[in-house]
Write a protein that binds this ligand. Structure first.
Ligand code: FAD
Length: 255
């Protein structure tokens, strides 16, 4: 079984509202900020919209994302403003698209300036790598589909330019493009995120109420580490596949 037996995961939950708010901020604010989207950026946008349409778990169904993807697929370029108008009109046509209020739950910071969108974006991409691997268990084609879409999004659209540069460097250094199966892509992102956590531990941007840790915390997954402190990646994989599974999504609008 892929589920961790007899292990209760408390205090480390996945929330639908964090996923939806990350998606919404990305497509309704961050992408529209780009004056003209073409060439490499346009390819990145198409790949991103495609994985969202295929794997994002919108509560009322993915027709909104599928319709948007299909409109953008036919284009060679688009201005951010026109993209924004398309999002607005498809959203209106398919209403309701989002299932709850625009507020962060698991990604809520102790102050306004902490957490929020970057936390939501990591959460969304972990969720996508996990469910892609679960749904494509036997078909090992396109093992990097989610990671490549993420890489393209971060490189071309993520508003934090330093973060994007770091991430692209890390992808090259940690050989993201050599990954050859979907489970390894889950672990690649987990390990990359921990590398970022190490770098940012104690940084000004760290929420004092949510310290950067090497994830998952030992209290949440006691058997994710061997006695000597090194990772038991097999158990980490099980933990990630449990936490980020669609079936683990929490629909509450408070923690
Ligand atoms: P986050 O690090 O955002 O994590 C969100 C949630 O994911 C956590 O609450 C936890 O539940 C879970 N999680 C944590 N670690 C892991 C893991 N290893 N595997 C799986 N799940 C995990 N900020 C900078 O200042 N400099 C940078 O260079 C930088 N690079 C970034 C690159 C990317 C691609 C992204 C998306 C963000 C980057 N950020 C960077 C922002 C930074 O990483 C955090 O997102 C931000 O500081 C908010 O932190 P947080 O405490 O909410 O937790």
């Amino acid at each position: 079984t892929e589920q961790l037996e007899n292990t209760e995961i408390s205090g480390d939950y996945l929330y639908q509202l964090d996923l939806e708010n990350a998606l919404k901020y990305s497509i309704s604010h961050e992408i529209p900020l780009h004056k003209m989207i073409k060439d490499k950026k346009m390819d990145a946008l198409k790949k991103y919209l495609n994985v969202l349409a295929e794997y994002f778990p919108l509560r009322y169904g993915n027709i909104f994302l599928e319709t948007t993807r299909d409109i953008i697929k036919k284009r060679n370029n688009i201005s951010g403003e026109e993209f924004s108008q398309i999002i607005k009109s498809v959203e209106e046509e398919m209403s309701p698209v989002y299932s709850g209020p625009s507020k962060w739950i698991g990604c809520k910071g102790s102050k306004e300036r902490y957490r929020g969108y970057p936390c939501g974006l990591w959460t969304m991409f972990h969720m996508l790598t996990v469910n892609f691997a679960i749904l494509n268990k036997n078909a090992e084609h396109e093992p990097r589909k989610i990671l490549e879409a993420m890489h393209g999004y971060i490189e071309n659209f993520f508003g934090c330019a330093d973060c994007a540069q770091h991430f692209v460097q890390m992808a090259a250094k940690n050989k993201m493009f050599d990954i050859s199966n979907a489970n390894d892509s889950i672990l690649w992102l987990w390990s990359a995120h921990n590398e970022v956590n190490t770098r940012l531990s104690g940084d000004d941007t760290e929420d004092p109420k949510h310290k950067k840790i090497q994830y998952p915390a030992a209290e949440h997954c006691p058997n994710c580490r061997y006695e000597n402190g090194t990772w038991n990646e097999e158990n980490v994989l099980v933990y990630l596949k449990t936490k980020y599974n669609y079936t683990g999504i929490n629909y509450h609008d408070s923690v």
